[in-house]
Design a protein around this ligand. Structure first.
Ligand code: SF4
Length: 232
């Protein structure tokens, strides 16, 4: 992944760019610009962004330079690069990260990635300490558990996050086993599948198990706005 992309020529398919309040993870509650790229190789059963991949279509296609320019219009100093799967465009994803990291006012770029893409080339190619990863580990109820690229677990750093979206008791046990087996760095986030696992049920399990390093991760944007509302 060393081939350079010209940010004024290389393009990416996009769903949306908007400013909102980050709903999850370490940046939850902060104003954040969301850059949602189009396309994802997975099909999680509970996916809440099905509009970000086929048979839907990209809303637009912009050059990397244009995307960075649109981000700079907003006042938020944090960026969430999401999808879909924002790392599926390899060299172009790297070039976008370089362009975003070069924006002087931006202090944090967190990438929501599915866990199915090898993050090693990105860690090698993008040295900026503004850039960090929020990696999903897809559990059995997602239907995509077999797609996880397990070496990623050994690559996460202290300021990265590892998110488990939990639908049921089996998912919870699976997530606990992943943490015990691989002991990854980064903050583990346990998130309930909206409408399937009650937050208080997940809270109870975390407390009962004494998971003192685990953070209960609720999607506060679904509390502030309607759960199915887009662009917020
Ligand atoms: S990886 Fe994310 S965008 Fe892709 S299907 Fe799963 S939840 Fe949806």
């Amino acid at each position: 992944m060393t081939r350079a992309c010209d940010p004024r020529e290389a393009t990416l398919p996009l769903v949306e760019i908007f400013e909102t309040i980050e709903g999850e993870g370490a940046a939850a509650g902060f104003p954040t610009v969301f850059v949602r790229l189009f396309g994802c190789p997975l099909r999680c059963t509970w996916c809440d962004t099905t509009y970000s991949y086929a048979p839907h279509q990209a809303e637009t296609t912009l050059t990397i330079h244009e995307i960075a320019k649109r981000v700079s219009v907003y006042r938020a100093i944090r960026v969430c690069l999401t999808g879909g799967e924002p790392l599926m465009y390899k060299e172009r994803s790297v070039a976008l990260l370089h362009a975003l990291a070069a924006l002087p006012h931006i202090v944090d770029i967190h990438i929501e990635t599915s866990g199915a893409i090898d993050i090693a080339p990105f860690l090698q190619s993008v040295a900026s300490d503004k850039v960090r990863y929020i990696m999903d580990y897809k559990l059995p109820a997602s239907g995509e558990s077999d797609r996880m690229h397990l070496p990623n677990l050994g690559l996460l750093r202290a300021h990265d996050e590892l998110k488990f979206v939990i639908a049921n008791a089996e998912d919870f046990e699976f997530a606990c086993r992943v943490l015990e087996t691989y002991r990854p760095r980064g903050t583990p986030l346990f998130s309930p599948v909206w409408g399937e696992m009650e937050p208080k049920e997940l809270a109870r399990r975390i407390l009962e198990r004494g998971l003192s390093q685990v953070k209960l991760n609720l999607q506060i944007h679904k509390v502030i706005w309607r759960p199915d509302q887009r662009g917020v």
